[in-house]
Design a protein around this ligand. Structure first.
Ligand SMILES: [Zn+2]
Length: 652
């Protein structure tokens, strides 16, 4: 009996092991216990992952656990809150524990490669549980390539948003859609996110994790996905009155920097309930969650919506992981009046989308802002000029812009708008342009001014435009080409182009600059929009009295189409006033000017030259005291020097 019983017992024990349900494990438990290592390359804090470091991520990760009922989890987030680690931890959990086919989708090839080299590969190499399941397959090259990696119990597909259609015949159990606001929504095959959702339908326990910082309002996929969910915000207790609240930017306070400094040393948070000051060092204790030594918790604004969606901003970043409160306040101050900085601040720090009001600006409202000043008048405060030129089949259109500085930022004046008729194939048109640009306009102090840099759109009649630039027929005449790709720098790095120059080809004869037209358009439209709230002298863009309504119609001839994620020209409108403004604005970034890097002191030095205090301004602008060779108003050296060049005598 005993012999039988031992064998029998062994069999029974084996059977029991086989049928016993394995211990439930959540993603955070797996990540804390794996151990899941954060690498030097991919993390601000290398070493073992600890969920307690970023407690607000625990619930989000655990919604992705095998036994959670959520089929879709959405995370709208600021940068540097640890958001990408949620995806990495989940992926490690899937590969080591939950198993199944999984796809990771990134917006672009570059984003995918960065993710592979900085996130996935270090995670796989340094987390033993993941390394093991990959290693057993790694010798079979057919199983593993850049786009697809087999592991024990599953397969990982790595795709760009544009190539999700390649997953047509694939069934997925899990998917991570990262930085979805950067996806091209105009893919021919349809929305990448919808394609992904279709691939997931065959598994009843499927899960999709959608994560991104937002971009432009009404064009933002993550906004849409967040609002479709139950909209959870992380509520933390006030250390003084215990009141649970979400941290909002409007409740942050700081000591204004003194004098010329822009750096904030001290910032604090004001409790929405008791009004007491909350210091940043309280944050560690405030972030700890209910059930893990603290009181904080996620609270849903729309609990009836079908799936969990989460949102968090940079105020929550644990000390040492992201920017501190004073650093955030400093960035905020620097971004004021500068949409090129404000938009990324709102997107990546506040985790909110940028309001698109580009279609709301009316030409008549702009015309009403015109001031009783004739064209070609330099108002006080306007210290330097640039110009933009648009080349059309039968004419050139030119806009001259004036620039100055007031308190916190740039000021712009429209100084002149002019059309030169004639076909650009004929030299006389370019002669007329050279004369027009070299004709000085005098300020009220009698100082002659011409555009210090001119941006020329070389999209049409390219060779004629190159020849004009090559021959330096205007000060810092610059060949430009629009690159309407979102997020491009206003003026990119130049590339050298060949020029057909009097029948000869000059190799690399001209530097062609790419212009971030989208960036420039967002800038001018947000200035014009902001000016709606300001009065005359405080406005950011000022107009003279004698511009036609057609000029204003042209300036606001385009609107950002959120659905198409691009700028479109309104029906029947000409857009040359906008294009020439864009090229004139881009010219301020010419490498010999770098006007965007000037500080208040640079502007003061220029003002001392252009508007000398000892010399009273004449009431009439532009006295006709024409010297044969007017002094240049001053050009700046590259920003590193932060020094204005003294005006050269006797020539431009
Ligand atoms: Zn309080």
């Amino acid at each position: 009996m005993s012999g039988f019983s031992i064998a029998h017992q062994l069999v029974l024990a084996a059977c029991e092991r086989a049928v016993r349900p394995r211990k439930r494990m959540t993603v955070s438990e797996w990540a804390d216990g794996a151990p899941r290592m954060l690498s030097l390359e991919g993390s601000a804090e290398p070493g073992e992952w600890r969920t307690s470091r970023t407690p607000y991520l625990r619930e989000i990760m655990d919604q992705l656990s095998e036994h959670s009922r959520a089929k879709k989890v959405v995370f709208k987030k600021a940068s540097q809150v640890g958001g990408t680690e949620v995806g990495s931890n989940w992926l490690g959990y899937i590969m080591a524990y939950a198993k199944g086919p999984v796809a990771v989708v990134m917006p672009t090839e570059k984003a995918l490669q960065d993710w592979m080299s900085q996130k996935f590969e270090p995670m796989a190499a340094e987390t033993p549980a993941v390394r093991e399941v990959l290693a057993s397959r790694s010798n079979r090259s057919a199983d593993n390539n850049a786009g697809r990696k087999k592991f024990v119990g599953g397969i990982l597909y790595c795709k760009t948003a544009g190539s999700t259609s390649e997953l047509k015949s694939t069934s997925l159990r899990y998917a991570i859609a990262d930085e979805v606001d950067e996806y091209d929504r105009n893919e021919k095959q349809g929305s990448p996110l919808e394609l992904l959702e279709v691939r997931l339908t065959t598994f009843h326990d499927r899960k999709l994790f959608i994560v991104s910082s937002p971009t432009v309002k009404d064009a933002s996929t993550i906004d849409e996905q967040f609002e479709g969910g139950d909209q959870r915000y992380y509520h933390v207790p006030c250390p003084h009155c215990e009141h649970l609240q979400r941290l909002q930017w409007s409740n942050l306070r700081w000591e204004a920097p003194i004098g010329k400094r822009r750096h904030v040393d001290s910032a604090w948070y004001v409790c929405a309930d008791c009004g007491a000051e909350i210091e940043e060092h309280h944050k560690g204790r405030m972030l700890a969650e209910l059930g893990h030594g603290g009181q904080a918790r996620w609270v849903a604004d729309a609990p009836d919506n079908p799936y969990p969606s989460y949102m968090i901003n940079a105020l929550y970043s644990p000390a040492g992981l992201g920017l501190s409160w004073p650093e955030l306040a400093t960035q905020w101050i620097e971004a004021q009046g500068d949409p090129a900085k404000l938009m990324p601040f709102i997107n990546t720090r506040l985790g909110e989308s940028w309001a698109n009001r580009t279609g709301d600006i009316k030409p008549n409202a702009l015309l009403a802002r015109a001031e009783p000043v004739p064209r070609r008048t330099i108002p006080a405060g306007c210290l330097i000029l640039t110009a933009g030129v648009d080349v059309q089949e039968d004419r050139l259109e030119i806009q001259i812009l004036g620039w100055g500085w007031s308190g916190h930022g740039l000021r712009c004046w429209v100084i002149d708008y002019h059309v030169l008729p004639g076909r650009p194939a004929e030299p006389h048109v370019w002669d007329a342009l050279a004369t027009f640009l070299a004709t000085p306009i005098h300020n009220a102090w009698g100082k002659p001014m011409v555009p210090e840099a001119t941006g020329i759109d070389t999209g049409h009649h390219t060779q004629a435009a190159y020849a004009f630039v090559r021959a330096r027929r205007a000060k810092r005449a610059t060949a430009m080409k629009g690159a309407n790709v979102p997020g491009k720098a206003l003026l990119g790095k130049p590339s050298l182009q060949d020029v057909d120059w009097r029948g000869q080809t000059e190799k690399k004869g001209v530097a062609l600059y790419q212009v971030g037209t989208d960036t420039a358009k967002f800038t001018v439209y947000s200035w014009l929009d902001e000016d709606g709230k300001r009065d005359g002298p405080d406005r950011l863009v000022r107009f003279p009295q004698d511009l036609e309504l057609s000029y204003y119609e042209g300036l606001v001839s385009e609107a950002f189409d959120a659905r198409k994620n691009k700028w479109v020209v309104k029906k029947g409108r000409r857009n040359e006033p906008l294009d020439t403004w864009v090229y004139g604005y881009a010219a301020t970034h010419h490498p010999e000017l770098f006007m965007h890097r000037w500080r208040a002191a640079d502007w003061r030095r220029l003002q001392a030259l252009m508007e000398p205090e000892h010399q009273a301004a004449t009431s009439e602008a532009a006295p006709p005291v024409q010297t044969s060779a007017p002094a240049a108003p001053a050009a700046a050296r590259p920003a590193a020097k932060r020094q204005l060049v003294k005006p050269r005598q006797g020539g431009l």
